[in-house]
Design a protein around this ligand. Structure first.
Ligand code: COA
Ligand code: AMP
Length: 637
């Protein structure tokens, strides 16, 4: 089938208002308004400013009312605990209402923030939808973040309540969440009024009288009593959630997502980008703590009337590298969305794909990859092994959905290895030089999106309009700065080459090296430090910290390095995967004192590099190379 992409993209470009108004027809509104886009509101305009809606209604109630009550809405498959459970749309609605009733009883209502700190269990999705039902604003914090990171988010979001589980389960260890939450609340200046804890049998939590509640028990009671909670009408522009993501400092950015535009955009992507029909099973093997989990485990599949899958496990080791194929075949998954690192992990364990023929994958139609660069080697392996289209697509927490992709639903475009293909309708992607001038095709530059951003993208940062403008709009007036660098070819295909800031991507997780440097600098023996991301065959990148010790420190370097690794794990969390700390005499700098992180990375990755013209003392680069070698770091790029 010839792709309709060009025609659809042109339709959008000719008349964005009509395009998004038509897309809005797939959403049930409490009130439709006069205005599709108001350029004078917000930081760069607002979508559907006078429309009213409820996201939970669109995800659940309307499917129950219109023919899908008995269809599975959510399948929980947890190889790590050996359990499975399926909720129909009717059952999920019942649970979400029970949950909403419990929150409401504690005074949680429209506009209140609720932090959700949970592993991949159905109650996490229920908590998100319960907040949406009440018009409360959820903020999910990934379970791999430490108490300190949780405290930062508590102080920024000022939640009325926290919803948590008693523990998360990683291979070989149970992580008690409650002590982390208690520490975070001790550390934060803002104190949430209540904490709802789902007790898991693997590790039950002690509850603080007066503040903590047994969420499972309360929810069950509410369900038994048949409690119902009406969907609270919210403005399309009211926030649905705040999701914190790494910025250039240790202070994460609170990405705001609104209700109306978000629904319109996500609903549009399900048939047009992912090529999935209502009633089919869609699986995003991510975590609800990341944007992929928000958009494609919870909201988009449910908005579209699909069955979504929550997987509590790993691509390998739970129990083996065949688990993805087992889940696909057992639950009739038609489309899987995950990060390339998951496929690198599977390929490493099972290079010949021996597990694959053990399962019936005849229903499986497509694999989508995002979150980090999809290396052609991994993509080609997946195509060879699975025989389905493997679609790389590029997006960010900020956008909430794909900026550039290959729209299967509109008809697949030819694939160019290493490129996530072409801009989706809504995004006018351009490449600019550092002075803001457009660059010709095939030239590396800053990737920007001409304003306004489409529905679904962040309107601002939580309580930080100025930071939003500074971070995204100031450098290239009239454009949104993606902080990715790339190239667009003559056919309009984009290739993403690198971040232009200090963000690194570790196993598909976005991390700030600046944030890690802030932690290293807290160590009493450290005078100076620099963290870079070095290439890693499995995780894409790994953080590597260099430290210069204070004069007179006589302690053994290996001991201090061990303490630094522990400190980052304690302060940021295991997700930082910070395992390499290296003591050096000096850091390479320019004559004006700027640390040459880029050159250090090139040395670590074994790339050829040009001696920076402004370098203060070239001999230091040799010292860095030797230090890397003595720590067994061999270039894997
Ligand atoms: N709670 C607590 N700890 C967690 C956690 C969670 N939810 N998730 C990860 N961690 C821990 C891991 O146990 C690991 O700890 P360790 O240092 O003691 O081994 C550490 O954080 C680093 O995790 P990760 O980088 O994910 O490594 P891993 O070895 O556990 O798994 C992969 C490697 C490739 C299998 C895994 O990263 C993966 O499946 N990635 C998919 C990527 C993804 O989901 N991306 C989201 C965007 S699409
Ligand atoms: P996050 O906000 O966690 O989704 O991370 C967004 C960043 O991940 C982007 O700015 C890119 O640097 C990187 N990224 C996401 N998807 C891709 C992709 N398909 N190809 C290359 N890089 C990607």
């Amino acid at each position: 089938m010839a792709s309709r992409y060009s025609e659809v993209y042109a339709n959008w470009k000719n008349d964005p208002t009509s395009f998004w108004k038509a897309a809005a027809g797939d959403i049930d509104w409490i009130k439709t308004g006069e205005t599709v886009f108001d350029a004078d509101q917000g930081q760069y305009g607002r979508w559907f400013p006078d429309w009213e809606c409820n996201t939970c209604y669109n995800c659940l109630d309307r499917h129950v009312e219109r023919g899908r009550p008995g269809q599975p809405a959510l399948i929980y498959d947890s190889p790590i605990t050996g359990s499975q459970k399926t909720y129909t749309y009717e059952e999920l609605l019942e649970h979400v209402q029970g949950h909403a009733a419990v929150l409401q009883d504690q005074g949680v209502g429209k506009g209140d923030r609720v932090i959700i700190y949970m592993p991949m269990i159905p109650e996490a999705a229920m908590a998100m939808l319960a907040c949406a039902r009440l018009g409360a604003i959820h903020s999910v914090v990934f379970g791999g973040f430490a108490a300190n990171e949780l405290a930062t988010r508590i102080d920024d979001a000022k939640p009325k309540a926290i919803i948590a589980a008693s523990c998360g389960i990683e291979p070989g260890r149970v992580i008690a969440y409650k002590p982390l939450i208690d520490t975070a609340i001790d550390l934060s200046s803002h104190k949430p009024e209540s904490c709802f804890v789902f007790q898991r049998s693997q590790r039950e939590a002690d509850l603080v009288p007066g503040r903590d509640h047994d969420a499972g028990q309360l929810m069950q009671d509410a369900i038994t009593q048949g409690r119902t909670v009406e969907c609270v009408p919210v403005k399309a522009t009211d926030p649905l959630y705040v999701l914190y993501t790494s910025g250039t400092t240790g202070q994460p950015k609170g990405v705001v997502r609104d209700n109306g535009g978000h629904m319109v955009a996500l609903k549009w992507t399900m048939p047009n980008l992912y090529g999935v029909d209502p009633g089919e099973v869609f699986w995003a093997a991510s975590d609800v703590g990341w944007v992929v989990g928000h958009s494609y485990i919870v909201y988009a599949p449910l908005l579209h009337g699909c069955t979504t899958l929550m997987f509590e496990g790993k691509p390998v080791g739970t129990p083996d590298a065949g688990v993805f194929w087992r889940v696909i075949s057992e639950h009739n998954v038609v489309s899987l969305f995950t990060a390339p690192t998951a496929f690198r992990a599977i390929r490493k364990e099972d290079p010949e794909g021996k597990f694959i023929p053990q399962y019936d994958l005849s229903q499986f139609r497509s694999l989508f990859l995002a979150g980090e660069r999809a290396d052609p080697e991994t993509v080609n392996w997946a195509i060879d092994q699975l025989g389905v289209p493997v679609i790389d697509h590029w997006w960010q927490t900020e956008t909430g959905w794909s900026i550039v992709g290959n729209p299967l639903g509109l008809g697949q475009l030819p694939v160019k290895p290493g490129s996530p293909t072409v801009p989706m309708p809504g995004y006018d992607v351009q490449i600019l030089d550092d002075a803001g001038h457009p660059l010709p095709a095939n030239t590396l530059g800053n990737i920007v999106v001409k304003l306004p951003l489409p529905p679904g993208c962040l309107p601002t940062l939580w309580n930080a309009d100025q930071r939003f403008r500074d971070a995204y709009l100031a450098e290239f007036p009239g454009y949104y700065k993606t902080s990715d660098a790339g190239i667009m070819d003559d056919d309009g295909y984009l290739s993403i080459m690198a971040r232009t800031d200090d963000i690194i991507n570790v196993a598909g997780h976005r991390l700030s090296t600046g944030g890690m440097e802030e932690v290293l600098a807290q160590h009493p023996d450290v005078a100076e430090c620099a963290v870079i991301g070095i290439a890693d065959k499995l995780k894409g990148q790994l953080p590597c910290g260099f430290v210069v010790l204070k004069a007179g420190v006589k302690r053994e370097h290996a001991v201090i390095e061990g303490e630094l690794v522990k400190l980052v794990r304690e302060k940021i969390g295991p997700v930082a995967a910070f395992k390499i700390a290296i003591t050096v005499e000096r850091l390479p700098k320019t004559r004006s004192g700027k640390i040459l992180r880029g050159t250090m990375r090139q040395i670590a990755d074994g790339e050829t590099y040009k001696m920076p013209a402004t370098i203060d003392d070239p001999a230091i680069l040799e010292e860095i190379a030797q230090a890397l070698e003595s720590h067994g770091i061999v270039a894997t790029a």
